[in-house]
Design a protein around this ligand. Sequence first.
Ligand code: GRF
Length: 216
Amino acid sequence: MKRITVLISGSGSNLEALINSCISKKISGEVVSVISNNPKAYGLTRAKKFNINTNIIDHRLFLNREDFDMKLEGFLEELDSDLIILAGFMRVLGKKITTKFVNKMINLHPSLLPSYPGLNTHNQVLKNNDKLHGISIHYVSPELDKGPLIAQGIIKVNPNEKEESLVSRIHKIEHILLPDIVNQICLGNIYLEGNEVIYKNIESLDRGIIRKYYEI
Ligand code: GRF
């Protein structure tokens, strides 16, 4: 059984989807710890409901990013999890910590990377009249939202769609695809070798990664 740590900053709906998937054995792993940089994150309440160990590392109490990263690195070293998932974790992590956990840290990002790294992705999709939107799951590298891609979930943007609707549809596909991919990683079917994502027993890849289209 793989040991999973989830990093959050806010609502934690993806965290809850991961916990539920572990409980129902859709993921061959267990969420052993949740870390939040935001003491008020609702995800902490969700974790406590399942009696999962929570830790707060409030970034506002640190003088600089390096000190915050160092504290987080210490926690993660102690936890010694098999997989660290950034699910709605809104802090940029530096080179030292991302290099240290390079093979075991993945991030969920609400856009079809390389389009729209950073914030306000839904807004940008609407502003540019994009036909497609989606999510990316990737290994974390020191460059923001640029690590090796593992999978993307894709939806069509509806005519005249509003941001709230996109946010809600994106959440729905996140709650399906993220647990799926996490399970494949836990089973050893997806891993990182150097800079390359290796897939085993995965039926079909599309341009080198897992790409799924959703009618949601
Ligand atoms: C998700 O849409 C994730 O892609 C983005 O922030 C959101 C977090 O949602 N980075 P939640 O906290 O898991 O509900």
